[in-house]
Design a protein around this ligand. Structure first.
Ligand code: HEC
Length: 266
């Protein structure tokens, strides 16, 4: 990085010599820009180092199929996708990651599938300064292709030999409550759209974390909520009413299929 900065500096200097004095100001500007790049790069580097020190033992950065069986936690690029979907502002994102790492908590889980598969993460109270640097790194890091790629659903939604999958009444009721909120065409505030998204999410989380569901039933609820996931996270973090309407409709359309595949026990 140092060499790179030097080369930029030199070429700017050479260019400015050639073109005379009027360029002097722009050289100063370039120097300032260069050192700024360096500064943000150092913090980013620090965050990355801390991540390697404290988090990478469980979280790979991106998925690696050769290590699939040895995975202890979701790859961090997936964590970032979920957190950015819910907390699009960097400040909120950082706060959420810091809070989480200090005290992982069932109620705050954004990745219920992972919590179910790997168990809850142990607390990592390594100091808020360190955690902030890590969270900043996570937000800014470029994960390349994986950053844009959606993870694939693990199967197709289907009936259970022509019958619906049975879930507990409580769980089904909660989904129905969420659907009736989604049907409300009279939402006034952006926060109400976000609240509606959160209601859908808590219904989904409750089902995905319910230990009574196993095997095919679990797989089917996972497939069902998987296809809603992105829209649901968008709804939870919309910034305008227009956006809220768009995602309300999208989530509603998908949630309406719930009763075609699942029903309650009684
Ligand atoms: C001992 C293993 C382990 C270490 C070390 C670890 N994690 Fe995790 N982490 C997990 C597991 C397992 C999950 C998935 C289950 C869950 O959500 O609790 C997870 C999930 C997460 C999530 C998503 C939580 C959610 O909302 O579902 C975040 C954010 C996270 N980890 C951040 C970190 C950061 C930052 C570090 C380093 C400071 C770290 N983790 C270190 C095991 C670990």
């Amino acid at each position: 990085m140092k060499n790179f900065a030097l080369i930029i500096l030199l070429s700017v200097l050479i260019a400015s010599c050639r073109e005379g004095n009027q360029k002097a100001i722009s050289v100063e500007k370039k120097v300032a820009e260069t050192s700024q790049i360096q500064a943000s790069d150092t913090t980013q580097q620090e965050g990355q180092n801390l991540f390697k020190q404290y988090c990478i033992s469980c979280h790979l950065t991106v998925p690696d199929s050769s290590k699939k069986d040895k995975m202890l936690a979701p790859p961090i690029v997936r964590v970032v996708q979920h957190y950015k979907g819910t907390y699009s502002d960097k400040k909120d994102f950082v706060k959420a990651v810091v809070n989480w790492a200090n005290q992982p908590n069932q109620k705050a889980v954004l990745m219920p599938g992972a919590a179910r598969k790997f168990g809850l993460m142990p607390p990592m109270p390594i100091g808020n300064d360190n955690l902030k640097k890590i969270a900043n790194y996570m937000f800014d890091a470029d994960f390349g292709l994986f950053g844009n790629m959606n993870h694939k659903a693990t199967g197709k939604l289907q009936l259970n030999d022509g019958k619906k999958w049975t879930l507990e009444k409580n769980d089904v009721d909660q989904v129905h409550q969420a659907i009736s909120l989604l049907r409300n065409t009279n939402i006034k505030d952006v926060t109400d759209y976000q609240q509606t998204g959160k209601k859908v999410f808590s219904a989904a989380r409750k089902i995905l974390l319910n230990k009574k569901y196993e095997g095919k039933t679990l797989q089917q609820v996972q497939v069902f909520f998987h296809q809603i996931e992105d829209d649901m996270h968008h709804l939870m973090s919309v910034k305008t009413r227009a956006e809220g309407e768009k995602y309300r409709k999208m989530v509603l359309k998908k949630m309406m299929k719930f009763d075609s595949y699942f029903s309650s026990k009684e």
